[in-house]
Design a protein around this ligand. Structure first.
Ligand code: SF4
Ligand code: SF4
Length: 375
């Protein structure tokens, strides 16, 4: 069966690691721009991929509260790094994107919606927590009451090559949030890394086509067993646990608890946690006019509930203190999301823990609030 043109959807195949390059070449030949994890500035960020050698081979992200270090390892694994500060939202919901241009036309204006000429993306190496984060943003931008055509245009063309996690950082808590580490759905291809080969599950027709012409073999029961052991081992590595059964009530009942004063003494309101979060979606718009006032461009930019001006509306600011902004963030993320969307806004990726400059840990803070008792 080796080299069969296309395996069937939902089949699982196995091939030697270097063969992954042919899969990437197939995707590029189909018109995709490949985006995946690469080493840059001492961390792992998402960027354009040409070669599998650009993946963070033999590296590990050692992450703790307020700390993330890229370390060399003895392993030659391609996908051992857990998630870095970057997330896929940078490509689906860019930090800056033009929405429209207005041109003066006599006494009136002509409005032209911005066009998006970005190529379709193939996301390479999406972890299960991030697949869930994308699904959450889909709820807002695609299935929401208003929706966002810019996001939808990019999202509907994405090819998703997901990865079952083979390692966990001390900041990971996907098992508590039911978001990982095993990839269950929402992928075109899902890969498990073994020492000498990749086991690949085919989730769609597009995934099947991406394996056309490569030298794959059907995965044997032995191969499937080895792949299952990878995610089982990762599950055991995830030590951080969060109790979610009393959410959102816990947060609502303690909305005026003195606990929030103590966290406000530590939080810098820097917004790092919301910028690295793969589910946060708040934005604002900026209008830039030329000097003679004949042309204006409206641009959407990421914003954050930690920014003072974000809560400024006519008549004043509804969240003027750090205490009120931190409470808003945590109560929305872990509480009000459940009312709005039927699930938590947190996928347990741990980014906000690692990238908070003062080491504020959302899981610890929730536990502190719980053990502080009712007031
Ligand atoms: S919790 Fe940390 S990252 Fe978030 S705003 Fe406060 S100091 Fe910044
Ligand atoms: S709140 Fe923190 S742990 Fe949860 S999804 Fe956002 S960045 Fe990840």
């Amino acid at each position: 069966m080796a080299g069969s043109p296309t395996p069937r959807v939902s089949a699982t195949v196995i091939f030697p690691k270097p063969t992954l390059q042919q899969v990437l070449d197939n995707l590029r030949a189909s018109g995709f721009r490949l985006i995946g994890p690469t080493v840059r500035d001492g961390s792992v960020i998402l960027g354009t991929l040409e070669k599998i050698s650009e993946l963070p081979i033999g590296r590990l992200l050692d992450q703790k509260a307020g700390n993330s270090r890229l370390l060399p390892t003895h392993s030659a694994d391609y996908f051992a790094c857990t998630v870095g500060p970057d997330s896929w939202k940078r490509y689906l919901f860019p930090a800056r994107s033009d929405l429209l241009t207005a041109r003066r036309n006599g006494d009136g204006w002509i409005f032209t919606p911005a066009s998006d000429d970005s190529p379709p993306f193939a996301f390479i190496g999406v972890k299960s927590c991030d697949l869930h984060a994308i699904a959450l943003q889909d709820e807002v931008f695609v299935n929401g009451t208003i929706g966002d055509p810019h996001y939808a245009h990019r999202r509907q063309r994405v090819f998703m090559l997901a990865v079952n996690c083979s390692t966990a950082a001390s900041t990971c808590f996907c098992t508590s949030m039911s978001t990982g580490p095993h990839v269950r759905s929402g992928f075109d291809l899902a890969l498990t890394e073994l020492p000498d080969s990749f086991v690949m599950e085919i989730g769609s027709e597009a995934g099947s086509n991406a394996l056309a012409g490569i030298d794959w073999q059907p995965a044997s029961a032995f191969d499937l067993g080895r792949a299952a052991q990878v995610t089982q081992r990762t599950e055991r590595l995830i030590q951080r646990q969060v109790t979610t059964s009393d959410l959102p009530q816990l947060l609502y009942e303690r909305i005026d608890h003195p606990y929030w004063d103590t966290i406000a003494e530590r939080c810098l309101s820097c917004a790092n946690c919301t910028l690295v979060c793969p589910t946060c979606f708040c934005s604002t718009v900026e209008d830039h006019s030329d000097l003679n006032g004949n042309r204006t461009t409206r641009t959407r930019v990421w914003d954050s509930c930690f920014i003072l001006d974000f809560s400024h509306v006519h008549g004043g600011n509804s969240r003027p203190t750090i205490k009120s902004r931190f409470r808003q963030w945590m109560t929305h993320k872990l509480g009000a999301w459940i009312d709005q969307f039927g699930r938590s806004g947190c996928v347990g990726c741990g980014r906000c823990i690692a990238w908070c400059p003062v080491g504020i840990d959302i899981t610890e803070e929730l536990n502190r609030l719980r053990t502080a008792g009712a007031r």
